[in-house]
Design a protein around this ligand. Structure first.
Ligand code: B12
Ligand code: SF4
Ligand code: SF4
Length: 263
């Protein structure tokens, strides 16, 4: 059985981190048909280790990779696949990805069960130390009794003591509100306004958060993600409109998929 320490060592050369491990419920295992993919030694899937970047931890590795440099589409997804497959082979795991879909695996929901992390008012998960500057690159499906990293000490969401909530008031087109994130508003502003500060500095709402200053993405990385988002807007949905942050919380995936199609 791969320990968190060994998994951490396998991920380190790529600038990736083991973010946490969670047990899957029986319902999740059957909904996602995880049992179909057994591990080499005939053990069944029972938990997931979430792997991600903290700040710009993977950026140097990624930008030095063939995937980044070959000019082909989706370099980060292809890089993530290669690294994940290699790590998975070494620890008898099965890799799954946040970008596989739709329907998508609920990485944010899982993250809340795996580590000390909270929903921020703008939908992204906030970590008490890293703030909004982190993301998930892949998950590793592991057999029962997967060992845990030491649990984070309990903390409270930094948003609870954030008086002015600048993340909600900085977007030039007010794409964030109590109703959620107006994806269309954001994307059309970005497309129609080449001089927007967001194109030079990244998302202003995300930048406005004071938490996790030391982990703030390097500007080229922030812009890389923003451009990837803009590109994806063509393929995700042309009429997504305003998306309620709490609206699609429930299994099964089929229901989620129909909602994604509908909005
Ligand atoms: C589809 C998707 C999008 C879509 C639709 C978002 C929406 N509101 O519906 C679009 C393309 C718009 C999008 C944009 C972004 N996304 Co997005 N997205 C996803 C994805 C692939 C699936 C979400 C989903 O449907 N999950 C299934 C449901 C059941 O789970 P859920 O947790 O309830 O999902 C809800 C939230 O994820 C939310 N959501 C998803 N992305 C975003 C972004 C924002 C700003 C908000 C408010 C909400 C939100 O919408 C879902 C439905 O309510 C996830 C990865 C994943 N597999 O979870 C990444 C993910 C949520 N996105 C992420 C990020 C960082 C972004 C961006 C900020 C930039 C980026 N690409 O790096 C941008 C925002 C643009 C900007 N202004 O900067 C990260 C969040 C990390 C974190 N700290 O929480 C994730 C987890 C990907 C990752 N690799 O880590 N995203
Ligand atoms: S600006 Fe304040 S409310 Fe917004 S995400 Fe950061 S800490 Fe939370
Ligand atoms: S990228 Fe710019 S327009 Fe889009 S949500 Fe962020 S601040 Fe608003």
């Amino acid at each position: 059985m791969t320990s968190p320490a060994i998994l951490g060592q396998l991920l380190k050369p790529y600038g990736l981190h083991l973010r946490g491990v969670l047990d899957l419920t029986q319902e999740e295992i059957s909904t996602y048909e995880f049992d179909a993919g057994q591990h080499q030694n005939n053990e069944f899937v029972a938990s997931i280790a979430l792997v991600g970047n903290i700040g710009s931890s993977f950026w140097a590795e990624f930008t030095g990779s063939p995937e980044y440099q070959d000019g082909r589409a989706d370099p980060l997804d292809r890089w993530s696949r290669r690294i994940a497959q290699s790590v998975a082979e070494q620890c008898d795991a099965i890799a799954i990805f946040p970008f596989e879909g739709p329907p998508y695996y609920p990485f944010q929901q899982w993250a809340k069960r795996a580590e000390t992390i909270y929903q921020s008012p703008i939908g992204l998960l906030i970590h008490p130390d890293y703030g909004l500057w982190h993301a998930y690159r892949f998950g590793l499906l592991l057999p029962r009794a997967a060992p845990r990293a030491q649990a984070d000490s309990p903390m409270e969401s930094p948003c609870l003591s954030c008086q002015t909530q600048p993340c909600l008031h900085t977007c030039p087109v007010d794409a964030f509100s109590a109703n959620g994130y107006d994806v269309e508003k954001c994307a059309s502003y970005l497309k129609q306004t080449p001089e927007a500060l967001c194109h030079q500095q990244g998302c202003q709402a995300r930048n406005a958060c004071p938490v996790g200053e030391d982990y703030r993405y390097e500007t080229p990385q922030h812009l890389f993600h923003l451009r990837a988002f803009l590109k994806s807007m063509g393929s995700v949905s042309k009429s997504m409109g305003s998306v309620s942050i709490d609206i699609w919380r429930i299994w099964p995936q089929q229901a989620l998929w129909s909602k994604i199609n509908r909005y």
